[in-house]
Design a protein around this ligand. Structure first.
Ligand code: NI
Length: 225
């Protein structure tokens, strides 16, 4: 499932992120790529240990913890601290697959889901679409500043060359309690439907309770902690 989450950051937050990242010490993005990805990666990144990356990353994580659609769609177990990248002057990242496991500190995170949070106004740059190959087709994603896309870590993807302006984004990975994308999609559809019935004030409480039971019993079957 490829899901866009509008307004993860407010326009004001996205603009203050842009201001703070404007002076950041960007370095060659190939430092975090493995050999196969290094061949196709041309961009800049902020060192993951830089205090600015940690501080802005924490704001993103705190926001997502309170975001019901993110929590329902990702069912997160562990999240890699958000990283930040910049593409300008024709920079691009060709077709690649992200590594399955990312070390963080002494722990490891399995990259079930990838997330990209767009930080630049889409009219301020040309190119820079995130192209995700999924279910036999290529989805082109370029979102307003503050919006985020969540997609399966199992997908080949690329970032098109940025031919004008600068594309600024945060990106990170999530290990889900439910490893399989198909099962996560079933749970998300069921949860969204139950919430919609509850919000619509459905009088049939007994049916909502039974569907809620089905949701939690499926989660109990499929979750790995
Ligand atoms: Ni990638």
């Amino acid at each position: 499932m490829i899901l866009t989450l509008p307004g993860v950051l407010t326009p004001d937050q996205a603009s203050s992120f842009r201001r703070e990242l404007g002076d950041a010490p960007w370095t060659d993005g190939r430092i975090t790529a493995r050999y196969q990805s290094q061949q196709v990666k041309q961009n800049r990144q902020l060192n993951e240990r830089h205090p600015l990356a940690r501080r802005l990353g924490d704001i993103i994580l705190e926001t997502l913890e309170r975001h019901p659609v993110f929590m329902s769609a990702a069912l997160p177990l562990k999240v890699v601290p958000p990283l930040f990248n910049l593409y300008a002057g024709g920079e691009t990242y060709g077709d690649h697959i992200d590594g399955a496991i990312r070390p963080i500190g002494g722990a490891r995170v399995r990259t079930d889901l990838s997330a990209t949070l767009f930080l630049a106004d889409p009219d301020s740059y040309d190119g820079g679409e995130l192209v995700i190959e999924a279910e036999g087709e290529a989805r082109r994603v370029k979102l307003p500043a503050g919006d985020m896309v969540l997609y399966p870590g199992t997908s080949i993807h690329r970032v098109e060359p940025v031919t004008r302006g600068a594309r600024l984004a945060s990106f990170f990975w999530i290990q889900s309690m439910v490893r399989d994308d198909g099962r996560r999609t079933i749970l998300y559809d069921l949860d969204s439907s139950i919430q919609a019935c509850a919000l619509a004030g459905s009088p049939d409480q007994a049916t909502i309770s039974r569907l809620t039971k089905v949701y939690h019993n499926l989660l109990r079957q499929w979750a790995e902690l």
